[in-house]
Design a protein around this ligand. Structure first.
Ligand code: TRP
Length: 338
């Protein structure tokens, strides 16, 4: 309950424990999770079931799941305030996905942009899970009766289909699911590649200098910013059209230094790119180093992390089961009384 006595809206988000998160993910997603937990009742999942739609090494997947949970906590996600859990720990996700599959058409899944992209990228492994990915995502969201789902641009289509499926179910049976709204994340924190600054910074970029990872040490961070692509001009000025590299660095600097872009521009007025890039590297390294040590500390405290995830899974299960029971009843599944 909020102070004014109104129930908080429910927010759902999840992240795949595959690949290493970049500072773009941090500014675009993790920091948002931290801010949103104050105003919403939040369910945050490590989406390991989505992750296996492309091949994963089992030991690595398990390790990354824990590392990611620890990272979120280190960044300020508070397991007392929100429900932090691992998707595969709550069996209801797979169960609801099955029912929702029967309200989803093959044709619409084949047309999903991400499915087409991933099929091209993993042509040797176009598995049913890859195609069914949006339905599992719909199940995630609808199980918790989420009002809002913060998503990046690449997930918008998945949220649209989630809404369609929810409406379909509600119409075919009776009102059951909340139809969730997408909250498109704040702009301004969109970080581009350091090597091709008109392209989004990606956790799967093949060029190791293109992305700065949350796990990079100070030397790597400073080196990557020193090598960042700029232009042949020399003014530190925000102009994404003509100076995408410098503008991207200004965005990074202002986000990590907690200053406006204008302030940052003034600060580097008359300074060369060398000094500017060095300063960006330092400010990012300074921001990441306490997060990294906190993450390490949490990971070392196995009992604590296990406790958090066990409690999270239990809370999530209770909420999810309530919805799933309703769904099973509505579709006509028999259930013995005893
Ligand atoms: N597909 C999302 C991504 O890769 C992760 C995800 C899984 C998700 N289930 C979700 C995001 C539910 C929001 C809501 O980013």
């Amino acid at each position: 309950m909020q102070e004014n006595g109104q129930k908080k809206k429910i927010l759902y988000s999840a992240v795949q424990p595959s690949g290493d998160l970049t500072i773009g993910n941090y500014l675009g997603a993790i920091k948002n999770w931290v801010e949103l937990q104050e105003d919403y009742e939040c369910f945050y999942a490590m989406a390991d079931m989505h992750a296996i739609t492309v091949r994963q090494d089992p030991a690595t997947l398990r390790r990354k799941t824990l590392e990611l949970a620890a990272l979120y906590i280190a960044c300020g996600v508070d397991p007392e305030k929100c429900t932090l859990y691992v998707q595969s720990n709550v069996s209801c996700h797979a169960e609801l996905a099955w029912v929702l599959n029967t309200l989803t058409y093959v044709g619409e899944m084949e047309r999903m942009t991400q499915f087409k992209d991933k099929s091209a990228k993993h042509a040797d492994n176009i598995n049913m899970g890859l195609m069914d990915y949006p339905v599992l995502m719909a199940a995630d969201i609808l199980l918790y009766q989420a009002d809002v789902v913060p998503v990046g641009f690449d997930q918008r289509q998945h949220l649209e289909i989630t809404r369609d499926i929810a409406v379909r179910f509600n119409n075919r049976y009776s009102p059951t699911f909340t139809v969730p709204e997408a909250v498109i994340m704040k702009v301004g924190a969109k970080i581009n590649s350091l090597q091709e600054p008109t392209k989004k910074m990606s956790k799967s970029d093949e060029n190791p200098n293109a992305s700065v990872y949350m796990s990079d040490d100070r030397d790597a961070i400073v080196r990557k910013f020193r090598r960042a692509v700029t232009d042949s001009d020399s003014a530190v000025r925000f102009d994404p059209e003509n100076k995408p590299g410098v503008s991207n660095l200004l965005t990074v600097y202002s986000a990590f230094a907690g200053k406006s872009v204008e302030e940052a521009e003034r600060e580097f007025d008359g300074k060369g790119y060398g000094d500017f890039k060095a300063a960006v590297g330092e400010v990012v390294a300074d921001a990441l180093s306490p997060i990294q040590s906190e993450q390490k500390r949490i990971l070392a405290d196995k009992g604590y992390l296990e406790g958090v995830l066990a409690a999270g899974a239990e809370r999530a299960y209770r909420a999810a089961r309530r919805t799933l029971s309703k769904v099973y009843r509505k579709v006509g599944f028999y259930r013995p009384e005893k």
